[in-house]
Design a protein around this ligand. Structure first.
Ligand code: TXA
Ligand code: MG
Length: 353
């Protein structure tokens, strides 16, 4: 299959943009696959109400079929078309955070095929905060199932070039609008339980939700990696976001962390290994050996979120043998960053004093 790549950009002629969106919408309506930008990561879209189309997503990604897809909508009215009842709290949360980096889980109605929800009787719904994404959802019939547009097990794509690397020849079209804004996937909030429960941390934090609707629980498997329970979002059980090299997170007081990473780097290099280091603006000058990448500043952790997946992919192309990353503060969007980083590391962390 030849994958068409079309660019959408600021200042583009409106009719040119409309024409791209129209063609992409036709592909989706005809059961094909279109990768598109959102504010979090690129999604791989198909008609959510067409079981055969949803199945193609699993094939293109190499994704286990028990891992359900998020249905993307473009207006509030669309929720009622695919769900049973919408709890009052969900309306409050939607008013505050949609469009935005938040997915809510509801009881599904019969219109949503099992192929989209991995056989579950619930459906995950999100309204993305990206104009081209919402235009495409409209053009594609209103309900677009979209996981992150990466090969299963690889870091989520935060730029169209990542999508091309993984999906070239496997999907019909890629809409390229450059790098995304946030860089980690949406917060998932299960509205079918009371209190509502966070199944995946993202840019919309527990504190932000609690300020609106009172107590919000967090899936225990996200807090403790020693939990023997399965995570409630099926996708969270897979070792996602994995770079090819072994990644180790080093946590503790920052100057001790830098010392330990420098020591580990020297040791590995003596053994003839290629070492990658994930540093911050505050520490990058302190590393004098290894393949050092600056992920962003500790002053603003959203800069770290937006570079995380891109840096993991760069280390794959650089073919390093091992990667050491500094740990980051786990508050605000930092909780999403640390969740993804620890998963990429297979929970492997060294604590220093
Ligand atoms: O930011 C995002 O959410 C991106 C963009 C493209 O919108 N999408 C995304 O999709 O991250 P994906 O498929 O990579 O992750 C969806 C997660 C998986 O962990 C899946 O198991 C969970 O959502 N999920 C989907 N439907 C669910 C349901 N009904 N119940 C529990 N978990 C569900
Ligand atoms: Mg994903």
């Amino acid at each position: 299959m030849k994958t068409i790549v079309e660019k959408i950009y600021q200042g583009q002629q409106k009719d040119e943009r409309d024409e791209i969106i129209k063609r992409a919408g036709e592909i989706i309506k005809n059961g094909g696959l279109v990768a598109f930008p959102t504010e979090t990561v690129y999604g791989l879209g198909a008609d959510a109400l067409n079981e055969e189309a949803a199945k193609k997503i699993y094939a293109a990604k190499g994704r286990p079929s028990d891992n359900p897809l998020i249905v993307h909508i473009a207006d509030m009215g669309a929720i009622a078309g695919i769900t049973e009842t919408i709890p009052k709290k969900a309306g409050i949360v939607a008013d505050a955070f949609w469009p935005g980096p938040l997915t809510m889980i509801f009881r599904k109605n019969a219109r949503v095929p099992d192929g989209t929800t991995g056989g579950l009787d619930t459906v995950a719904v999100r309204m993305p905060d990206h104009a081209a994404a919402r235009e495409l959802i409209h053009a594609g019939g209103g309900y677009v199932a979209a996981p992150s547009a990466n090969t299963s097990g690889r870091p989520s794509p935060t730029d169209a070039c990542h999508v091309e690397a993984d999906m070239e020849g496997k999907i019909d079209m890629i809409i390229d609008s450059g790098s995304v804004d946030i860089g980690v996937e949406s917060t998932i909030l299960d509205m079918t339980v009371e209190p509502p429960m966070i199944l995946r941390p993202g840019a919309v934090t527990r504190e932000m939700l609690e300020a609106l609707i009172g107590r919000v629980a967090v899936d225990g498997t996200l807090i403790s990696d020693t939990s023997t329970e399965a995570p409630k979002a099926p996708g969270m059980k897979y070792r996602h976001y994995a770079p090819k090299a072994k990644l180790t997170v080093v946590a503790g007081e920052i100057s001790a962390v830098v010392e330990e990473i420098r020591r580990l780097c020297r040791e590995r290099m003596k053994e003839g290994r290629k070492v990658g280091i994930i540093a911050t603006e505050e520490t990058v000058m302190k590393y004098t050996q290894g393949n050092v990448k600056c992920i962003g500043t500790r002053e603003d952790e959203s800069t770290i979120a937006s570079h995380l997946y891109g840096i993991l992919r760069e280390f794959d192309s650089d073919e390093v043998d091992c990667i050491y990353s500094e740990a980051f503060e786990a508050d605000g969007i930092g909780s999403a960053v640390m969740n993804r980083l620890m998963k990429a590391a297979g929970q492997h962390v060294i604590e220093v004093k």
